[in-house]
Design a protein around this ligand. Structure first.
Ligand code: LRH
Ligand code: MN
Ligand code: MN
Length: 424
């Protein structure tokens, strides 16, 4: 897929500068009482799952402009995901979306083994109708007024668990678009009650070592009210369902200016933070590349995560969830995975004892300066060295472009109109 020679050649050109930069940063961090190798080790073992739907070009409500060599099916998607991991050593697993990626478990397993990837959380899809389905989700799925439609949505989620079980997944993520478009269209209370009943039936089918992640989103496709609209409702769901149910925070699913890092802290404090969909946004659920708009907010989220790491049981899942309209999806996903690692590394640099002291003394200025110092540190040499030592690329995008992968797959894969996930 990517010739090892290409990685070696591009790394050779950059290795001497990287070593010099890494040593200089090591000395600098040493003066701050931080061991660079420890940070590098933590970053190297921080895996981020790639969304299978992210490797296809997305779109908007208005149009989709496919790129060259779009993946035709889940097997092509896994090839693309393997390229991302090969070059970044940061994305050892893939999160599947069903039915977009539904294939026999044996075929998924053998492809995953061939390309050296594992499967992360399964994602169900009851926000679209499938050609062969008996009941439409036009007016909702798990919260639909019609019992047979709710049953169909429950059965689909259970089928996702069943497939996931056979491919080594340990989590099911449920996001529903259920809601309403007009005041008065639905009764909020009865609709949420129906949702909770149906979600409980899915929860009851969950293996003991699985997590059910419910994902909230403020609006879209329902524009007046959404059943699982915010972290409050999400927390109620997780509390109502039981210990295996946790909340998933998609960074793009909040009202503008919402303090997402504080939501992360609250959910963590009560053991209900289950995982993330990383992306970035300017206006709404924009699904822009992670860290591309507000890298400081991403850092602040990671500041909470590093704070929580003191608890050995704290282990949320990390996935990207992006839609790429104007870039090569592989390049965007590589950059995004490294942005997640960057925010993590920066948060590891925060002097937590000093920060706690300034907080206790109500020294707001020194507290915020201490926090920001982590963000201001250029940790790129740590990330690049972790990649080099893992046999990946010092500069993933340069190496990817040198490899000619996109042109090669463009020859093998005829243009298709949809790779799934374009509009959401
Ligand atoms: C909904 C969402 C959810 C879906 C994905 C395709 O906006 O974030 O996670 O599964 O997009
Ligand atoms: Mn999401
Ligand atoms: Mn979304």
């Amino acid at each position: 897929m990517i010739e090892p020679d290409i990685i070696e050649q591009t790394n050779d050109k950059a290795a001497a500068s990287l070593r010099a930069d890494y040593d200089a940063l090591g000395e600098h961090l040493d003066r701050r009482g931080i061991d660079i190798a420890t940070v590098k080790h933590k970053v190297a073992s921080y895996g981020i799952a790639v969304p299978s739907w992210g490797v296809g070009t997305g779109g908007t409500r208005f149009a989709r402009f496919p790129g060259a060599g779009e993946p035709r099916d889940v097997f092509d998607k896994l090839d693309d995901c393997a390229v991302i991991h090969r070059l970044t050593a940061a994305t050892p697993s893939v999160s599947l979306h069903i039915p977009w990626d539904a294939q026999p478990a044996a075929d998924l397993n053998s492809k995953a083994e061939e390309v050296g990837l594992a499967f992360d959380a399964m994602n169900s899809n009851t926000f679209q109708d499938q050609p062969d389905q008996a009941h439409s989700y036009k007016f909702g799925s798990l919260s639909h007024t019609d019992a047979a439609t709710r049953r169909q949505a429950v059965d689909h989620n259970i089928a996702c668990i069943e497939l996931g079980r056979q491919i080594g997944s340990k989590a099911l993520t449920i996001w529903v678009g259920d809601g309403s478009n007009f005041p008065g269209q639905t009764n909020f209370t009865r609709q949420f009650g129906r949702y909770l009943d149906a979600a409980t039936q899915v929860y009851d089918a969950l293996p003991d070592d699985w997590t059910l992640l419910s994902e909230h989103k403020m609006y879209e496709p329902a524009f007046y009210s959404t059943v699982v609209q915010d972290w409050g409702t999400n927390l109620l769901i997780a509390q109502q369902l039981g210990d295996k149910a946790k909340c998933l925070v998609d960074l793009g699913h909040h009202a503008p200016n919402v303090n997402i890092e504080m939501i992360v802290a609250r959910l963590t404090q009560f053991g209900k933070l289950g995982g993330f969909h990383f992306n970035d946004s300017k206006y709404g659920d924009d699904d822009l590349d992670t860290g591309s708009i507000d890298p400081y907010r991403l850092f602040l989220v990671f500041n909470e995560l590093v704070e929580a790491e003191a608890d050995p049981d704290f282990d949320p899942m990390h996935m990207l969830d992006q839609s790429h309209n104007v870039t090569d999806p592989i390049e965007s996903l590589m950059i995004s995975a490294t942005e997640v690692q960057r925010a993590y590394a920066q948060a590891l640099l925060v002097d937590r004892a000093a920060l706690a002291g300034f907080q206790d003394d109500n020294d707001a200025l020194m507290a915020t300066t201490t926090l920001k110092r982590g963000f201001r540190t250029d940790v790129e040499p740590i990330l690049a060295m972790a990649r080099l030592e893992a046999g990946a690329a010092i500069d993933p995008v340069t190496t990817y472009r040198a490899s000619g992968y996109r042109a090669r797959v463009a020859n093998e894969r005829p243009a298709v109109s949809g790779a799934g996930g374009g509009i959401v």
